[in-house]
Design a protein around this ligand. Structure first.
Ligand code: SAM
Length: 225
């Protein structure tokens, strides 16, 4: 394990304590991602599953779901919250160790996780792990291209975010939660969409990279059959 992985794992072990069910900037896009699923897939992998919120949704549509996460605390909570759900299995693992040639999936999903990895390393590994005709679904954060983009996406995102937070009655984070996210965020680096499109052209030709309002992009790709 590299030092960076240790730090990321420790950050999320700490952040797990603040996890709350309900609306979030990520869950807002769950219905969008689910619309891209193939019909009744047999196997799905949720990379960086956290407490398993999206794994639960996948489990209503896929025969079997595996959720993996670097953080033991996240996996502990995911297991606790999935008691009685027979078709989800969780494992604490680094995705780069977990992906083996013998492990292939019809669907691979990953939410707010890929920015912790090198895109040049993880995208070809995910491509290999997808079965022919399988679908990759990614949601993650991006860095604006330039100052006008920063201003515009910052402003429109802020207006939309405060509307949705009120609408869904999201409680304000405690000082301890904000401090833990700030400490983690200090190390986070998000790709620009132009960079994302460039890497996709190399590793996932034909992938669709779409910019969304709440400071996120989605990447959808179907592996040729
Ligand atoms: C921001 S959280 C998102 C969790 C969940 N996908 C969600 O939408 O709520 C990112 C998660 O990715 C996990 N993670 C980061 N790097 C990872 C890696 N190399 N392998 C597996 N999980 C990883 C973290 O432990 C963390 O739980």
């Amino acid at each position: 394990m590299t030092l960076d992985r240790d730090r990321i794992r420790d950050d999320f072990d700490r952040l797990a304590a603040f996890d709350h069910a309900g609306w979030s900037h990520n869950s807002h896009y769950h219905p969008y991602l689910l619309r891209h699923l193939p019909n009744r897939p047999k196997t799905a992998l949720d990379v960086g599953c956290g407490t398993g919120v999206f794994s639960h949704l996948l489990a209503t549509r896929c025969e079997h779901v595996t959720g993996i996460d670097l953080s033991g605390e996240m996996i502990r909570l995911a297991r606790e919250r999935s008691v009685g759900i027979q078709n989800i299995h969780y494992e604490q693992a680094d995705v780069l160790d977990y992906l083996q040639p013998s492990r292939t999936f019809e669907v691979i999903a990953s939410i707010a996780t890929l920015h912790h990895l090198s895109l040049e390393t993880i995208l070809p590994r995910l491509r290999e792990a997808l079965q022919p005709g399988g679908v990759l679904l990614v949601l993650d954060l991006y860095t604006p291209e330039n100052r006008p983009d920063l201003f515009l996406s910052g402003l429109t995102g802020m207006i939309a975010s405060s509307f949705y937070q009120r609408w869904h009655q999201v409680p304000s984070p405690s000082a301890a939660e904000s401090a833990a996210w700030d400490a983690h965020g200090a190390h986070d680096v998000y790709p620009r969409l132009s960079q994302m499109r460039q890497v996709c052209a190399t590793y996932l030709p034909g992938a669709r990279v779409r910019k969304h309002l709440l400071w996120r992009y989605s990447l959808t790709w179907r592996k040729p059959a």
